[in-house]
Ligand binder design. Sequence first.
Ligand SMILES: [Zn+2]
Length: 241
Amino acid sequence: MKSTRLVISVLVLFLALPVGVFAQESGLTLKLNRDFGYGGFTGDIQGLFSFQATGPADLARVEFYIDDQLVGRVDAPPWRLQFRTEDYPLGIHDLYAVGYTASAAELRSNVFKREFVKASVGYGTALRIVVPLLLISLAIPVLMYILDRRRGKQRRGYGLAGGAVCPKCGKPFARHFWAPNLGLSKFDRCPHCGKWSRVRAASAQALQAAESLLDEGAAASEPALSAEEKLRRRLEESRFQ
Ligand SMILES: [Zn+2]
Protein backbone atom coordinates (compact mmCIF):
# COMPACT_ATOMS: atom_id res chain seq x y z
CA MET A 1 0.00 0.00 0.00
CA LYS A 2 2.73 2.39 1.04
CA SER A 3 4.83 1.64 -2.03
CA THR A 4 1.86 2.28 -4.32
CA ARG A 5 1.34 5.67 -2.73
CA LEU A 6 5.03 6.43 -3.20
CA VAL A 7 4.91 5.47 -6.88
CA ILE A 8 1.86 7.68 -7.37
CA SER A 9 3.44 10.68 -5.67
CA VAL A 10 6.63 10.28 -7.72
CA LEU A 11 4.51 10.05 -10.89
CA VAL A 12 2.55 13.17 -9.91
CA LEU A 13 5.80 14.99 -9.27
CA PHE A 14 7.15 14.04 -12.72
CA LEU A 15 3.92 15.05 -14.41
CA ALA A 16 3.68 18.30 -12.50
CA LEU A 17 7.22 19.44 -13.27
CA PRO A 18 6.91 19.87 -17.06
CA VAL A 19 3.46 21.42 -16.62
CA GLY A 20 4.92 24.00 -14.28
CA VAL A 21 7.74 24.81 -16.68
CA PHE A 22 5.29 25.01 -19.58
CA ALA A 23 2.98 27.31 -17.62
CA GLN A 24 5.84 29.68 -16.93
CA GLU A 25 6.97 29.73 -20.54
CA SER A 26 3.53 30.43 -21.91
CA GLY A 27 3.42 33.73 -19.97
CA LEU A 28 5.48 36.87 -20.05
CA THR A 29 7.77 37.44 -17.08
CA LEU A 30 9.14 40.90 -16.45
CA LYS A 31 12.24 41.73 -14.47
CA LEU A 32 13.47 45.17 -13.53
CA ASN A 33 17.24 45.74 -13.47
CA ARG A 34 19.02 48.67 -11.94
CA ASP A 35 21.79 49.65 -14.38
CA PHE A 36 22.93 52.78 -12.61
CA GLY A 37 21.32 54.65 -9.79
CA TYR A 38 19.43 54.07 -6.64
CA GLY A 39 16.97 51.39 -5.64
CA GLY A 40 15.64 51.51 -2.11
CA PHE A 41 14.08 48.71 -0.12
CA THR A 42 10.76 50.55 -0.08
CA GLY A 43 10.34 50.57 -3.87
CA ASP A 44 11.88 54.01 -4.38
CA ILE A 45 13.98 54.10 -7.52
CA GLN A 46 16.06 56.71 -9.33
CA GLY A 47 18.46 56.49 -12.25
CA LEU A 48 19.02 54.22 -15.23
CA PHE A 49 16.98 51.01 -15.22
CA SER A 50 16.05 48.37 -17.73
CA PHE A 51 13.06 46.18 -18.37
CA GLN A 52 13.87 42.59 -19.13
CA ALA A 53 11.17 40.21 -20.34
CA THR A 54 11.18 36.48 -20.90
CA GLY A 55 8.42 34.70 -22.76
CA PRO A 56 7.55 31.75 -25.00
CA ALA A 57 9.69 30.75 -27.97
CA ASP A 58 7.23 32.25 -30.45
CA LEU A 59 7.32 35.67 -28.83
CA ALA A 60 7.42 38.19 -31.66
CA ARG A 61 7.15 41.60 -30.03
CA VAL A 62 7.27 43.15 -26.57
CA GLU A 63 6.02 46.58 -25.58
CA PHE A 64 7.17 48.12 -22.34
CA TYR A 65 4.98 50.52 -20.42
CA ILE A 66 5.18 53.00 -17.58
CA ASP A 67 1.53 53.49 -16.57
CA ASP A 68 -0.27 53.85 -19.91
CA GLN A 69 2.69 55.42 -21.65
CA LEU A 70 4.58 53.24 -24.13
CA VAL A 71 8.29 53.43 -23.31
CA GLY A 72 9.35 51.41 -26.33
CA ARG A 73 8.86 48.38 -28.53
CA VAL A 74 11.30 45.54 -29.06
CA ASP A 75 10.87 43.24 -32.08
CA ALA A 76 13.61 40.70 -31.42
CA PRO A 77 15.31 39.14 -28.41
CA PRO A 78 16.83 40.10 -26.05
CA TRP A 79 13.58 41.61 -24.81
CA ARG A 80 15.30 44.42 -23.05
CA LEU A 81 14.76 48.17 -22.87
CA GLN A 82 16.48 50.87 -20.86
CA PHE A 83 14.80 53.91 -19.37
CA ARG A 84 15.65 56.79 -17.08
CA THR A 85 13.38 57.61 -14.19
CA GLU A 86 14.17 61.32 -14.72
CA ASP A 87 12.23 61.19 -18.01
CA TYR A 88 9.00 60.53 -16.12
CA PRO A 89 7.14 62.46 -13.43
CA LEU A 90 8.02 61.74 -9.82
CA GLY A 91 5.65 59.53 -7.92
CA ILE A 92 4.26 56.00 -8.03
CA HIS A 93 4.12 54.23 -11.40
CA ASP A 94 3.05 50.84 -12.73
CA LEU A 95 5.75 49.20 -14.83
CA TYR A 96 4.75 46.29 -17.06
CA ALA A 97 5.14 44.69 -20.46
CA VAL A 98 2.77 43.39 -23.09
CA GLY A 99 4.00 40.68 -25.43
CA TYR A 100 2.61 39.35 -28.70
CA THR A 101 3.32 35.87 -30.05
CA ALA A 102 3.70 34.99 -33.73
CA SER A 103 0.06 33.86 -33.64
CA ALA A 104 -0.93 37.33 -32.32
CA ALA A 105 -1.79 36.14 -28.81
CA GLU A 106 -1.45 38.91 -26.24
CA LEU A 107 0.56 38.24 -23.07
CA ARG A 108 0.53 40.54 -20.07
CA SER A 109 3.45 40.53 -17.69
CA ASN A 110 3.58 40.96 -13.94
CA VAL A 111 3.39 44.59 -12.77
CA PHE A 112 6.00 46.44 -10.72
CA LYS A 113 4.82 49.32 -8.57
CA ARG A 114 7.71 51.71 -8.09
CA GLU A 115 8.02 55.24 -6.81
CA PHE A 116 10.29 57.45 -8.92
CA VAL A 117 12.20 59.73 -6.58
CA LYS A 118 14.55 62.68 -7.01
CA ALA A 119 18.28 62.01 -7.23
CA SER A 120 18.77 63.95 -4.00
CA VAL A 121 16.37 61.59 -2.21
CA GLY A 122 18.38 58.59 -3.33
CA TYR A 123 21.67 60.09 -2.22
CA GLY A 124 20.06 61.42 0.92
CA THR A 125 19.02 57.92 1.92
CA ALA A 126 22.45 56.51 1.14
CA LEU A 127 24.06 59.28 3.20
CA ARG A 128 21.67 58.61 6.08
CA ILE A 129 23.16 55.10 6.20
CA VAL A 130 26.80 55.88 5.47
CA VAL A 131 27.31 58.97 7.63
CA PRO A 132 26.25 57.44 10.97
CA LEU A 133 28.43 54.39 10.25
CA LEU A 134 31.40 56.67 9.60
CA LEU A 135 30.72 58.68 12.74
CA ILE A 136 30.44 55.52 14.83
CA SER A 137 33.69 54.11 13.44
CA LEU A 138 35.42 57.41 14.28
CA ALA A 139 33.77 57.81 17.68
CA ILE A 140 34.69 54.35 19.02
CA PRO A 141 38.49 54.89 19.24
CA VAL A 142 37.95 58.36 20.75
CA LEU A 143 35.56 56.95 23.37
CA MET A 144 37.94 54.09 24.16
CA TYR A 145 40.73 56.62 24.60
CA ILE A 146 38.68 58.81 26.95
CA LEU A 147 37.56 55.76 28.97
CA ASP A 148 41.11 54.46 29.27
CA ARG A 149 42.37 57.87 30.32
CA ARG A 150 39.67 58.07 33.01
CA ARG A 151 40.54 54.63 34.32
CA GLY A 152 44.20 55.63 34.40
CA LYS A 153 45.01 52.78 32.07
CA GLN A 154 46.35 55.05 29.40
CA ARG A 155 49.85 56.40 29.54
CA ARG A 156 50.38 59.83 28.02
CA GLY A 157 52.19 60.29 24.76
CA TYR A 158 51.05 57.13 22.99
CA GLY A 159 48.19 58.67 21.03
CA LEU A 160 44.67 57.52 20.31
CA ALA A 161 45.41 53.88 19.60
CA GLY A 162 47.41 53.52 22.80
CA GLY A 163 50.91 52.25 23.42
CA ALA A 164 52.07 48.69 22.93
CA VAL A 165 55.09 46.69 23.93
CA CYS A 166 56.78 45.01 20.97
CA PRO A 167 56.84 41.23 21.54
CA LYS A 168 59.97 40.96 19.38
CA CYS A 169 62.27 43.55 20.97
CA GLY A 170 60.35 44.45 24.15
CA LYS A 171 60.38 48.19 23.45
CA PRO A 172 57.28 50.39 23.74
CA PHE A 173 55.77 52.26 20.82
CA ALA A 174 52.62 54.18 19.92
CA ARG A 175 50.22 52.00 17.96
CA HIS A 176 49.22 53.52 14.63
CA PHE A 177 45.52 54.32 14.44
CA TRP A 178 45.50 53.17 10.81
CA ALA A 179 46.96 49.75 11.60
CA PRO A 180 44.42 47.00 10.83
CA ASN A 181 42.46 45.67 13.79
CA LEU A 182 42.52 41.98 14.65
CA GLY A 183 39.91 41.71 17.35
CA LEU A 184 41.28 43.68 20.29
CA SER A 185 44.77 43.66 18.80
CA LYS A 186 46.26 45.59 15.95
CA PHE A 187 48.65 44.32 13.34
CA ASP A 188 51.33 46.97 13.63
CA ARG A 189 54.98 47.62 12.91
CA CYS A 190 57.45 48.30 15.70
CA PRO A 191 59.54 51.37 14.81
CA HIS A 192 62.50 50.11 16.89
CA CYS A 193 63.06 46.70 15.33
CA GLY A 194 60.88 47.13 12.23
CA LYS A 195 59.02 43.89 12.80
CA TRP A 196 55.28 43.39 12.37
CA SER A 197 53.26 41.71 15.08
CA ARG A 198 49.87 41.50 16.72
CA VAL A 199 49.92 44.02 19.53
CA ARG A 200 47.38 44.85 22.19
CA ALA A 201 47.18 48.20 23.96
CA ALA A 202 49.49 47.69 26.91
CA SER A 203 48.77 48.77 30.48
CA ALA A 204 50.44 51.89 31.90
CA GLN A 205 52.66 49.73 34.12
CA ALA A 206 53.79 47.53 31.25
CA LEU A 207 54.61 50.60 29.16
CA GLN A 208 56.53 52.22 32.00
CA ALA A 209 58.56 49.07 32.51
CA ALA A 210 59.33 48.87 28.82
CA GLU A 211 60.31 52.55 28.68
CA SER A 212 63.30 51.88 30.95
CA LEU A 213 64.59 49.58 28.22
CA LEU A 214 64.27 52.46 25.78
CA ASP A 215 66.27 54.81 28.09
CA GLU A 216 69.02 52.22 28.46
CA GLY A 217 69.15 51.86 24.72
CA ALA A 218 69.41 55.63 24.27
CA ALA A 219 72.14 55.89 26.89
CA ALA A 220 74.04 53.06 25.25
CA SER A 221 73.89 54.68 21.83
CA GLU A 222 75.03 58.09 23.08
CA PRO A 223 78.76 57.30 23.51
CA ALA A 224 78.67 55.64 20.12
CA LEU A 225 78.81 59.10 18.56
CA SER A 226 82.29 59.76 17.35
CA ALA A 227 84.30 62.69 18.68
CA GLU A 228 84.13 64.26 15.26
CA GLU A 229 80.35 64.00 15.22
CA LYS A 230 80.13 65.58 18.68
CA LEU A 231 82.26 68.49 17.60
CA ARG A 232 80.19 69.01 14.48
CA ARG A 233 77.01 69.06 16.57
CA ARG A 234 78.46 71.51 19.04
CA LEU A 235 79.48 73.81 16.19
CA GLU A 236 76.03 73.63 14.74
CA GLU A 237 74.44 74.52 18.07
CA SER A 238 76.86 77.41 18.58
CA ARG A 239 75.68 79.07 15.42
CA PHE A 240 72.39 79.88 17.14
CA GLN A 241 73.94 81.33 20.24
ZN1 LIG B 1 60.30 45.80 18.18
